[in-house]
Write a protein that binds this ligand. Structure first.
Ligand code: SAH
Ligand code: SF4
Length: 399
């Protein structure tokens, strides 16, 4: 067997950076952060723990990670020293690297996170939204969709984030906010919104797996009713989202007729308003206590007339709904402008008078480009040939 063959074999068994857990640059130890209970069980079996005892061990570790936010195996006092040493030798409790941390004048925090070479994404914490604080998480690096008013839409999709990478965003925020262990009293971080980079319904399996972990009452414990998934309208995935995750639904509507929505949210050409509204009406578990949020970005002279406010009300009729009016957040190079305050208030009044709550979202973190639709990372998709070369080089180094 020639050296070339060795490399090929090596590659096929090597977990790719894309799918595998995070490893620190200095070692080949893989992090347990972001793994499910079943994955932790496999990890301890691989360390030689008897399968019969593996579940209990995994449960102990799992709780240390997600309830206590442990950064170190030493604190795991209910686990024998020998196993702790083995864990330490083969695994870490590292989070992905935070390469930039910004704090806005209004208290909004933004982290730029790197989980693998070229895989960079942003997470934003918005404090004090109605006695709660929301963490806005990313589900993809970049986006395949090209909504014309959205900064992320100008960044090509690099790849989907794994469940581990999504959960790690919550872990990093909790670390920074100093909110371990996971008590429920007086938390700053109470809610999760999938409104960062990417279209969550194009990565539903990993998003659902992440929601299972985040909402588990024995761990991070942010309940499903406090988790909102925002979509630009991937109609065929709506029902699956509801049944798999039980999360709250938010729809990026932004227009009340197909001609305009085709321009603002090009996915509308595939799933036009009539189909979208039918899909929403069928969302599992909708009632007055579980309403759909309709997001509506206020674009000057584009979608902000009183006639459009009335059309919006008509469109929503019969749906347990609330409306979030989002003043457009500008970003470098955009052609759109934000509607004036008077126009936004007039729009809100019409929607309110029809019986829908329609808060105007105060822009948060605009000074650090952390507001809705301003997120974008410098990550670019490496061409497959370059990626293969890189992996070959790593494989050769490791062999
Ligand atoms: N891809 C998903 C979730 C991420 S976007 C979606 O589109 O729903 C989160 C919200 O911010 C969406 O409602 C989106 O339409 C909105 N948004 C995008 N760009 C914006 C901008 N520049 N100003 C205000 N809101 C924006
Ligand atoms: Fe993608 Fe959402 Fe931005 Fe549209 S608004 S480009 S779906 S992230």
């Amino acid at each position: 067997m020639g050296p070339r063959m060795t490399v090929t074999l090596d590659l096929s068994h090597r977990p790719s950076a894309a799918a595998g857990p995070v490893s620190t640059p200095m070692s080949t130890r893989t992090s347990l952060v972001g793994l499910t209970l079943a994955e932790m069980r496999e990890a301890v079996i691989a360390l030689g723990v008897e399968p019969k005892k593996a579940k209990m061990r995994a449960q102990q570790i799992w709780r240390w990670v997600y309830f206590f936010g442990a950064r170190d195996f030493d604190v795991m006092t209910d686990i024998g020293k020998d196993l702790r040493a083995l864990l330490e030798a083969h695994h870490s409790l590292d989070r992905p690297e935070v390469i930039e941390r910004l704090v806005s004048a209004d208290g909004t925090r933004k982290w730029l996170i790197r989980s693998a070479p070229g895989v960079e994404f942003e997470t934003v914490f918005i404090p004090d939204v109605a006695r709660s604080g929301a963490l806005c998480v990313s589900s993809q690096v970049g986006c395949t969709l090209t909504c014309t008013f959205c900064h992320t839409g100008t960044q090509k999709l690099v790849r989907n984030l794994t469940a581990a990478e999504i959960v790690a965003q919550v872990m990093i925020a909790r670390d920074d906010l100093d909110e371990w262990p996971s008590t429920t009293d007086g938390r700053a971080l109470t809610n999760i919104v999938f409104m960062g980079m990417g279209e969550p319904l194009y990565n539903l399996d990993e998003v659902a797996k992440a929601i299972d972990l985040i909402s588990d009452g024995e761990g991070i414990s942010i309940g499903r009713r406090r988790i909102t998934v925002s979509t630009s309208g991937v109609v065929p995935k709506l029902e699956e989202l509801g049944t798999k995750t039980g999360a709250m639904l938010a729809i990026s509507l932004h227009a009340t007729n197909d001609d305009l929505r085709d321009v603002l949210v090009p996915l509308n050409k595939k799933y036009p308003l009539e189909e979208l509204m039918a899909g929403i009406r069928a969302y599992p578990g909708l009632n007055n206590a579980k309403r759909v949020t309709f997001e509506y970005v206020m674009l000057k002279g584009v979608n902000d007339s009183p006639a459009e406010a009335r059309a919006l009300v008509k469109l929503l009729s019969g749906i347990p709904a609330k409306v979030n009016l989002i003043p457009f957040n500008p970003w470098p190079g955009t052609a759109y402008e934000c509607s004036d305050w008077k126009t936004i208030h007039a729009f809100a009044d019409i929607v309110n008078r029809a019986g829908y709550s329609a808060p105007i979202r105060t822009p948060r973190g605009r000074d650090i480009l952390a507001a809705c639709g301003q997120l974008r990372s410098e990550s670019v998709k490496t061409r497959a040939s370059v990626a293969l070369k890189e992996r070959l080089a790593t494989a050769v180094e490791a062999s």
